[in-house]
Write a protein that binds this ligand. Structure first.
Ligand SMILES: Cc1cc2nc3c(=O)[nH]c(=O)nc-3n(C[C@H](O)[C@H](O)[C@H](O)COP(=O)(O)OP(=O)(O)OC[C@H]3O[C@@H](n4cnc5c(N)ncnc54)[C@H](O)[C@@H]3O)c2cc1C
Length: 386
């Protein structure tokens, strides 16, 4: 019997919602299965804002994907009328030889991306809320800014539905198996079993339990987002005047922050980058403790002195790290005929959401993609080293 669907997408968070849209837009019969409700706050795609930028200190190999992602984010806004991106500009601050500054500059030069290098005095002049040390500089990128994760997921779900996808929420996948003779896959939930020619797995923080045979030792981390009320009000922090920032100190600790996008009473959001604690989606502690708020305020105080006075709220979220912090996007090595995987986004995946949807649709429907994804092969040596 022919399978009911062309493709089943497991997980309708950031990546899965984009995959469902791109697959449906190409005419595939798509079923999306999601453990929770639409646009939930139990995974990795919530908290109101995510940084986007093109100068990429993690590796210049990401830049072509970023350029495509920017195009697709613009198209997403046009096609849905939802606000998903605010390009308020961004500064990557630190010593000239820091990874944040040096790596961003190297990728900007390699790809000829528009950018400026600002010394400490010029940073203070342009952005008076920021008070760098005399030996710190910044790479300024006018096309950096912020994305709205909840709106992005909602927009992709909207387009997937418009394209004819069946999306089932509160229906976790419990297991799946390949059908004999290369006939596709059967996917089980508590209530039902569905068949499809292809399976796409976008599991976020559930990767360790759903992808045990991938050979990548994922680490799931609890991270905290903090919203502080600036002393003297949010006026100097509005996106028309204030950039996003990533700021690396002399010890290599990075923080990042956003303009005030939630009105005069919403504060401005900040967080540590890559300073989480190991957890699982089942055991994550959602309480944020006083000592954690103090650590954030202490790091922020010398750099953005009017910000850390009064905490308005804090929330937790999960990173899904690979050992080398590069993504995993691939045909599943153990099931190359039937299964595509996108996971291990290691705390920097959101800016790639639409292009990952496009890549996953390529892989599921044609087995290959024209996008450069060699870096994301789970068989790379650095992905296997815990
Ligand atoms: C605090 C924080 C800050 C971040 N900041 C940035 C940033 O500034 N810039 C940036 O680019 N990136 C950032 N990221 C990273 C980015 O948000 C993530 O890489 C991205 O959201 C991951 O999307 P995902 O689809 O992999 O995971 P998710 O959006 O969590 O989606 C996975 C989905 O799979 C579902 N699922 C799991 N198991 C099952 C099952 N058995 N059956 C059905 N469904 C299932 C889950 O319910 C979930 O909806 C940040 C992440 C965090 C946590």
């Amino acid at each position: 019997m022919a399978p009911t669907y062309d493709v089943i997408v497991l997980g309708l968070g950031g990546m899965g919602s984009a995959a469902a849209h791109h697959l449906a837009a190409r005419g595939a019969r798509v079923l999306g299965l999601e453990k929770f409700g639409p646009v939930h706050n139990r995974g990795s795609s919530h908290g109101g804002s995510r940084i986007t930028r093109q100068s990429y200190f993690e590796d210049p190999a990401y830049v072509p994907l970023l350029l495509r992602s920017y195009e697709l984010y613009e198209r997403l806004e046009r096609d849905t009328g939802r606000e998903v991106a605010t390009l308020c500009g961004g500064v990557m601050v630190g010593r000239p030889d820091s990874r944040t500054v040096g790596g961003s500059l190297a990728s900007a030069r390699q790809w000829d991306l528009p950018h400026e290098v600002l010394d400490a005095k010029e940073i203070r002049r342009r952005f008076p809320t920021l008070t760098p040390h005399g030996d710190e500089v910044a790479l300024y990128e006018a096309r950096a800014g912020l994305l709205r994760p909840e709106n992005t997921v909602a927009a992709h779900l909207q387009l997937a539905t418009r394209g004819g996808a069946d999306l089932h929420f509160e229906e976790p996948v419990t297991r799946w198996e390949e059908l004999p003779g290369g006939a596709g896959v059967r996917v089980h939930t508590h209530e039902n079993a569905y068949t499809a020619g292809q399976l796409v797995i976008c599991p976020g923080a559930w990767a360790p339990q759903l992808l045990t045979d991938l050979g990548v030792p994922f680490t799931i981390e609890r991270h905290i987002m903090y919203w502080f009320a600036p002393d003297g009000g949010t006026a100097p922090y509005v996106p028309e005047r204030h950039p996003i920032y990533i700021w690396e100190d002399a010890a290599g600790v990075q923080i990042y922050g956003f303009p005030a996008i939630d009105g005069p009473d919403g504060g401005a959001k900040v967080a540590f980058f890559r300073k989480g604690t190991v957890c699982t989606p089942e055991t994550i502690d959602r309480t944020v403790y006083d000592h954690e708020v103090r650590a954030m305020a202490d790091q922020l105080g010398p750099r953005v002195p009017t910000l850390p006075g009064r905490l308005l709220k804090a929330a937790t979220c999960m990173y899904s790290n690979t050992p080398d912090e590069h993504f995993v996007i691939t045909r599943h090595p153990a099931h190359p005929e039937s299964t595509t995987v996108a996971c291990g986004f290691s705390g920097h995946g959101f800016k790639f959401v639409p292009v990952v949807g496009e890549i996953v649709a390529d892989l599921a429907l044609t087995g290959t993609t024209a996008h450069p994804i060699d870096l994301f092969d789970p068989r790379r040596p650095a992905a296997a080293v815990a």
